[in-house]
Each structure stands twice: as C-alpha cells, then as structure tokens.
Design a protein around this ligand. Structure first.
Ligand SMILES: *Cc1c(COP(=O)(O)O)cnc(C)c1O
Length: 373
C-alpha cells in the first residue's frame, strides 16, 4: 500500500510538467500566444512555481489580478512581462511602474495615474473595455475620450499601449459572440484614434477552446493551464489536459468500531455494522469544503470511499468497512482521474461549486510540493 514520505501529513503535489504541457497544448490548439493567469497564488498551485512552468511551456506573459501579486513574482526572480488588472482605489502605480508591471486600465482616471507613474520610461498599459460583463472596464461611452488621451500620452512617451482587452461572460455562445463583436468595433475606434496596440485579448480558457473567433492571436489561460476543464460537460482528458494538483494526506488514526458507532460531529453517519474508521487529517481549514460532508470522494489503497459524516476544521473520517488500512497509508482526495483517483470536478460536484474553487481554496497549512523537471 502507498505510504507518504515520513513526516508527511498532508500535501498538495504540483506537477509542473503537467502545467508546461497544458500550456503547450493550448498554445497549439489556439494558435495564439498565451498569457498565463497565476492570480490567487496560481489558483492555489503556487504562483512562482506555476509562472516558471508556464514560461517553460511557452507562455509569453503572466497575468495577475493585483499589483502585489505581480511584485511578489518579481521578488521571486520572474523577469517575464506581467500584467495586473484589478487595482485599489488609492493605488499610485509607482511601485508597479518601477517593477515593469503592465497595468490593466479601466478608466480615464487610471490612465492618468498610470501616465503620472512614468519615471523616464513609458508605462505599459492594457486598456480594458467593458463589453457586457458588468465588472470593470472602460464603458463604450468613455472610449472616445480615453482612446484620444491614450494616443496623446503615447505620443509624448508617458505610456505604451500594449493591448486592448476585455473579459467574457460565458453566458451563452451568442452573448460571447456579441461581446467579441463589440470589442472588435471598439478596436476599430482605437485605431481611428491613432492607437495600434500589438495585442488584443478577450478569451479566457472557456472561449479559447470553444470560440475560435475570440482567440485574436492572444488568449488568457488560467484553469486550463492547471489541467482542469471550465466546462461542466467535458473532463480534463476530453480536452487533452492533465490536472496538475494532487491533494493527499496520510491516515492519522484507524479504529475498529461496533455497529451503531456515531461518526464525527452530530452523528450524521453511524456505522451500519462492525467496521473500520480511518481518520484523514485535512479539513475545511485546508480548503476541503464542509459542504461535501457525507459525499466527498477519496481513494485509499486504490479503492474509492466517501467521507463519512461531517468534515471538521482539521480532519474527517472515512468508513472503510473491512479494507485493511493502516496509519500512514496514503489518502488521495483528488488528482488526475485517469490514474484512478477522484477529480477536483467530483469534489466540486459534491460541494455544489466549481473546480476553480476547490483548488484555489486549498489552505496555507497544506505544503505544496512541486514535482517535475
Ligand atoms: C481569472 C481570469 C482569467 C482566467 O480565466 P480561466 O477561466 O481560469 O482561464 C482570465 N482573464 C481574467 C480577466 C481573469 O480575471
């Protein structure tokens, strides 16, 4: 039976070769350059490790939400272009500019602040257009004014407009097509205003795979790079992707109990007959969703079991029947299902959420172990 290395209690193994392969696969499929999205600590996989693997797989640029995430990548020694697109209201952009972080710009005011942060060299910006998602982005009625000002600031060397971009709702193919059309119209207006950005990007993984007209030669890839599917009706394998994260733990205690034994808080589960209970030392503090109490899948000794009773902060119990299980045996919560273990998608279904949330919320108490070349 598989045992974890001595001293390992809980662990998220991150297969960096899978990340690089997934980027390669999506570059080829989309025939586009890839902005690898490593926000939120690389969706829980580790931002710097993911960034390095994505660049090895041919990503041209990295994407983050916050400037602080970009600065952390610079501190980790990552030199590639980085774009950050979600800013605090009082953000000055000075630190970002000196660290060569490119800025997603969603308003006239942000554009002026970006220009003000240029200290001798132009600040690179990606102008974000609102095309129907209802979040940030320059609204259509402001585009004329912002484009004219951006062209002026570019001429005097304060900014460089690297890209126009937007983000899709995935509400329906028609809604996404309409947003792409609106985006292309706005690109035409930007050209008339004197802007000639080398890049345009609107597709995240979903549209990069499913909506060829949204690729535009540059796509922002998050979930697909981690080997997970953004579609409820297609698995990772269906898309030619390999999940990069395996969440596992070592059985912390085993006990034989009589029929009727209550299990975990509230006794939501009771042993039907004499059975063996295995204690798994991960809980909701580690991102294992409490909503999956009684339903979350695990694999122990190559066999599937289900969480018995409630998931607690630090641990949960599995009723393994008469299977021989010992303290120290490996429990896999999720990984690559083609290897016979449960998937992050199954945990998402068990918890009523999406695979993005399952991997991203794995907590800081779980050590990440990068494996790969
Ligand atoms: C998170 C994010 C992405 C990545 O989306 P995936 O569905 O994970 O590929 C792309 N663009 C923006 C603006 C985002 O916020």
């Amino acid at each position: 039976m598989t045992r974890l290395p001595t001293g390992t209690f809980r662990e998220a193994r991150i297969d960096t070769d899978a990340i690089a392969d997934n980027v390669r696969h999506l570059r080829r499929l989309t025939d586009s350059e890839v902005i690898a999205v490593v926000k939120a600590d690389g969706y829980g996989h580790g931002a710097a490790r993911t960034a390095a693997a994505a660049l090895a797989g041919g990503a041209a640029r990295l994407g983050v939400a916050d400037i602080a995430e970009g600065l952390a990548l610079r501190r980790a020694g990552i030199d590639a272009p980085i774009v950050a697109w979600l800013h605090a209201p009082d953000e000055s952009f000075a630190q970002a500019a000196s660290a060569r972080i490119e800025l997603g710009i969603s308003s006239f005011e942000q554009l002026q602040k970006a220009a003000a942060a240029s200290a001798g060299h132009p600040v690179s910006v990606h102008l974000k257009l609102e095309t129907g998602l209802g979040r940030n982005g320059i609204p259509p009625e402001d585009c004329g004014r912002v484009f004219a000002e951006a062209a002026r600031l570019e001429r005097i060397g304060r900014i460089r407009v690297v890209a126009l971009f937007s983000h899709l709702s995935n509400a329906s193919p028609d809604a996404d097509r309409a947003a792409v059309r609106q985006f292309l119209d706005a690109s035409g207006a930007a050209a008339s205003a004197g802007l000639a950005p080398p890049l345009r990007h609107i597709a995240a993984t979903h549209a990069a795979i499913d909506l060829p007209e949204a690729r535009l030669g540059c796509v922002r890839i998050g979930i697909g790079m981690y080997g997970l599917s953004p579609f409820s009706d297609r698995t990772s394998a269906d898309l030619g992707l390999r999940p990069a994260m395996t969440l596992r733990a070592a059985v912390a205690a085993v006990r034989r109990v009589p029929a009727g034994q209550g299990v975990s808080y509230g006794y939501d589960h009771r042993a039907q007959r004499e059975t063996t209970l295995a204690l798994v030392p991960v809980g909701y503090a580690d991102g294992v969703p409490r909503h999956a109490s009684g339903t979350g899948p695990v694999s122990i000794a190559g066999r599937r079991f289900t969480v018995a009773g409630r998931i607690a902060m630090d641990q949960f119990v599995v009723d393994v029947g008469d299977t021989a299980v010992s303290v120290g045996d490996e429990v896999v919560l999720f990984g690559d299902p083609t290897l016979g273990v449960p998937s992050a998608d199954e945990w998402a279904a068990a918890a009523g959420t999406i695979n993005y949330e399952i991997v991203t919320r794995i907590g800081p108490r779980v050590p990440r172990l990068g494996v790969g070349s």
